[in-house]
Write a protein that binds this ligand. Structure first.
Ligand code: FMN
Length: 359
């Protein structure tokens, strides 16, 4: 028996196994309207038919200026609900649960998509909004990103309400899981990190101040997100810079998040400091998930350079994480989980319709 292919229940949702697709931007809303189209349906549903327990969408913006690029998915208006519901139903028909990562890009917004062949900020004529980028302060992430406007204290309750409105739309779209994106240097992470939050009001300063924006978002989302549905938060567990946000702060925050109704901490890292040196290697972030699970008594997800089935199995079997999230391995092979099950001796969840091929 493998542990990786055992079901896992979070609130009223039972995942058929411990494997999840990690959120990955595909910059594929060609009409720049944030609506899911055939690309998203095929891309996400094929990973569900590929045997995962949970498929998470790419970063999905809660307001237009919170997109990374003009081609990002969004849930800032009701017209985006029906197209996403179509994806949701397709993913569930494939046997996986469907989650949406709700995001605000903050000072990293209004970029060109990576293959646009253009550096720097997306111009207004290309669908960008270089003069309407916001952050915790008015400092830019790098020379290639926008000069943000510092959000005023009285704008932060509105931010929390925008996250909550997007979560309510996710529920209307029959989404099973919401993950709040508070990692990778985007808006909520940039409030958490002492490297990027140098505010002097109630949303800055000590850890209580720097975590306040995220906690208000969590409270607002949990208030509208059904009690039976799990809520995840993705954190950058380390900024990989000595004075930055670190694993100890992550464990402390995870304890608070668990008390406020968060069901799983998805442990990533990095993204706040342009100059941070991250030495990535297989399992390089698993230690964060392990500490959160053990020390904060909340479920955790491990992600980052996990590509081998035995590696994924060991992470779960050794109690280091509750879920394993896969990114690039699933871009290379949508059927990764089916192949992994076969190699680990579990019954691969092949679609019944493919039974003739399997023998
Ligand atoms: C093309 C691409 C897009 C990504 N977009 C997102 C995103 O929208 N949200 C997020 O939290 N992480 C994003 N990530 C990070 C992945 O979710 C994952 O954490 C990272 O790729 C490490 O996992 P891996 O080694 O299995 O790829 C992205 C990664 C890639 C390669």
């Amino acid at each position: 028996m493998t542990r990786l292919f055992e079901p896992r229940t979070l609130r009223d949702l039972t995942l058929r196994n411990r494997l999840a697709m990690s959120p990955m931007c595909t910059y594929a809303c060609e009409a720049r309207d944030g609506r899911a189209g055939d690309w998203h349906l095929q891309h996400l549903a094929s990973r569900a038919y590929g045997g995962l327990g949970l498929v998470l969408s790419e970063a999905t913006a809660i307001e237009p200026r919170g997109r990374i690029s003009p081609e990002d998915l969004g849930l800032w208006e009701d017209a985006q609900v029906a197209p996403l519901r179509r994806v949701s139903r397709a993913v569930k028909a494939g046997g996986a649960a469907f989650g949406v990562q709700l995001a605000h890009a903050g000072r990293k917004a209004s970029s060109y998509r990576p293959w646009a062949g253009r550096q720097g900020l997306a111009a207004v004529t290309d669908g960008g909004w270089p003069d309407d980028v916001v952050g915790p302060t008015d400092e830019a992430f790098s020379g290639a990103t926008a000069l943000p406007r510092a959000l005023a204290g009285d704008e932060l309750p509105r931010l929390a309400q925008a996250f909550a409105a997007a979560a309510a739309r996710a529920d209307a779209a029959e989404v099973d899981v919401v993950e709040i994106h508070a990692a990778h240097g985007y808006l909520l992470h940039s409030f958490l990190s002492p490297l990027t939050n140098r505010r002097s009001d109630g949303y800055g300063g000590d850890e209580a101040g720097r975590t306040r924006a995220l906690l208000e978002v969590v409270d607002a989302v949990r208030a509208v997100w059904p009690a039976g549905k799990p809520l995840f938060v993705r954190l950058s567990a380390s900024d990989w810079v000595p004075e930055g946000w670190d694993a100890d702060a992550t464990v402390r925050l995870a304890r608070v998040l668990a008390r406020r109704g968060v069901d799983l901490i998805d442990c990533s890292s990095g993204g706040a400091a342009a100059g941070a040196r991250v030495v990535a290697h297989p399992n390089y972030q698993v230690g964060f998930a392990e500490r959160v699970r053990r020390e904060a008594s909340v479920a955790s997800g491990a992600v980052g350079q996990i590509a081998d089935p035995r590696q994924a199995e060991a992470i779960v079997a050794e109690g280091r994480a509750d879920l394993v999230l896969l990114g690039r391995a699933l871009l290379r092979d949508p059927y990764w989980a089916l192949h992994a099950a076969a190699s680990l001796g579990a019954a691969p969840p092949w679609p019944t319709q493919y039974g003739w091929a399997i023998g």
